[in-house]
Design a protein around this ligand. Structure first.
Ligand code: NAI
Length: 332
C-alpha cells in the first residue's frame, strides 16, 4: 500500500515515522503541500492519500484523485466538513477518519487556559522576565469550591468535568444527552441556570446550527459578573463581536480561547512577518485578560501517536475489507 501524505509538518512526520515501524508493508511519502484540486494529481501512482483539517477535498479534487487511481482517503483528524462526501461515495472511494484521539489533551489545555487567565500567568511570565517582581494586577481567585459550568459532556467535556471535580469545584453541566459516567460528579441543569451560576464556563459541544453563536450578547448577559470563559471547541460557538462588547463592559475576569472565529488563515501558520489588517484577533489580543492559543488543544505526544496509530490501523481495515466505526458514511 502506497500512501501520499499532504500538509505534513515535522511533528506529523516524526509521529508517523515512529508508528510506521510496526507497518513494514506500508510505503509513504510526506508532502508539505496541502491537498487541493491543483495538488491532487501528485497522487498518481499511489493507492491512498492522507489529508488533514484544512485540505480542500471538494468535487474537482476528488475527481482528480479518482482519475489517478486513489481508492482510499485517510483523514488524520476527526472532522470531515472539508470533504465532498457525495462525490467520494459516488466514485467508490472509501474514507476513514480518527474520531477521537485524546480527550484529556484538549480538556487539560482548557484547564490550562482557565488557570492562566485566572492567575495571570501570561502577564507574570512577561513581568518577571523584565525583573518586575511586583504583584500588582496579578491577583486571581481560588477555583476550589467555585462552580464550573461545562457545556457539552461528550468525550472532552467529560474529561473537563473530572478535572474540575479534582480541583474541588462544584460541577454543573448542560448537554442534550446526559453522560451516565458523570453521575455523582456533575449535575445537569438548563443552559440558563448554568450561565447564571458558573464562575468558569467551558465550551465542549460541537459546532452545529443550534450551537452557532451559543455565546452571544443575550447569553453573556445571563452570566455572572467576573466569570471566566474558555473555548477549546470551535470558534463560531462564540459571537466575537458580542464577546468583545462583553469584555469592554468588564463582564469577564478572563477569557481563554484555543479557537476563535477568524482562526482559519492562522491555524498552524507562522504569520509573524505579516501586517494583519482588519484583524478581530488583534483586537482580542489587546485585552489584558484574554489569552489566545493556536488551536493546540489536541497537540500532545500521546494524541499525535494515537492519530498515527489509528490512521495506520484504518489502512489495515481497508485492506481487510471490513467495516469500521471510523468509516465516514454518506449523509442520509
Ligand atoms: P463528542 O461528540 O464526544 O461530545 C460532544 C457533546 O456535545 C455530546 O455529548 C453532545 O451531545 C453535546 N452537544 C450537542 N449539541 C449540544 C448542545 N446544543 N448543547 C450542549 N451540548 C451539546 O465530542 P468531543 O470529542 O468531546 O469534542 C468536542 C468538541 O471539541 C468537538 O466538536 C471539536 O469541535 C472540539 N475539538 C477541539 C480540539 C482542539 O484542538 N482544540 C481537538 C478536538 C476536538
Amino acid at each position: 500500500m502506497k500512501i501520499l501524505f499532504y500538509d505534513t509538518k515535522c511533528y506529523d512526520r516524526e509521529s508517523f515515522t515512529r508508528e510506521l515501524e510496526q507497518y513494514p508493508d506500508i510505503e509513504v511519502k510526506f508532502l508539505k503541500a496541502d491537498l487541493t484540486r491543483n495538488t491532487a494529481e501528485l497522487a498518481h501512482g499511489y493507492d491512498a492519500v492522507c489529508a488533514f483539517v484544512n485540505s480542500e477535498i471538494w468535487t474537482e479534487t476528488v475527481e482528480t484523485l479518482h482519475q489517478n487511481g486513489i481508492r482510499l482517503i485517510l483523514m488524520r483528524c476527526a472532522g470531515f466538513n472539508n470533504v465532498d462526501l457525495d462525490t467520494v461515495h459516488r466514485l467508490g472511494i472509501r474514507i476513514l477518519r480518527v474520531p477521537g484521539y485524546s480527550p484529556e489533551a484538549v480538556a487539560e489545555h482548557a484547564m490550562g487556559l482557565a488557570l492562566t487567565v485566572n492567575r495571570k500567568l501570561h502577564k507574570s511570565y512577561l513581568k518577571v522576565r523584565e525583573n518586575d517582581f511586583s504583584l500588582g494586577s496579578l491577583m486571581g481567585f481560588n477555583f476550589y469550591q467555585k462552580t464550573a459550568g461545562i457545556i457539552g459532556t461528550g468525550k472532552i467535556g467529560a474529561a473537563m468535568v473530572r478535572i474540575c471535580h479534582g480541583f474541588g469545584m462544584k460541577v454543573i453541566a448542560h448537554d442534550v444527552y446526559e453522560n451516565p459516567s458523570l453521575k455523582g460528579i456533575a449535575e445537569y441543569v438548563s443552559l440558563e441556570k448554568l450561565l447564571a451560576e458558573s464562575d468558569l464556563v467551558s465550551l465542549h459541544c460541537p459546532l452545529m446550527d443550534n450551537t452557532y453563536h451559543i455565546i452571544n450578547r443575550k447569553t453573556i448577559q445571563m452570566m455572572k459578573d467576573g466569570v471566566i470563559l474558555v473555548n477549546t471547541s470551535r470558534g463560531a460557538l462564540v459571537d466575537t463581536d458580542d464577546l468583545i462588547e462583553g469584555i469592554r463592559a468588564h463582564k469577564f475576569f478572563g477569557v481563554g480561547l484555543d479557537v476563535y472565529e477568524e482562526e482559519a488563515p492562522n491555524v498552524f501558520e507562522d504569520r509573524s512577518d505579516e501586517i494583519l489588517e482588519h484583524s478581530v484577533t488583534a483586537r482580542l489580543l489587546s485585552f489584558p485578560n484574554v489569552m489566545i492559543t493556536s488551536h493546540q488543544g489536541f497537540f500532545t505526544r500521546e494524541a499525535l501517536s494515537a492519530i498515527a496509530r489509528t490512521t495506520l490501523e484504518n489502512v489495515r481495515t481497508f485492506e481487510s475489507g471490513q467495516e469500521s466505526p471510523n468509516d465516514v458514511k454518506p449523509e442520509k
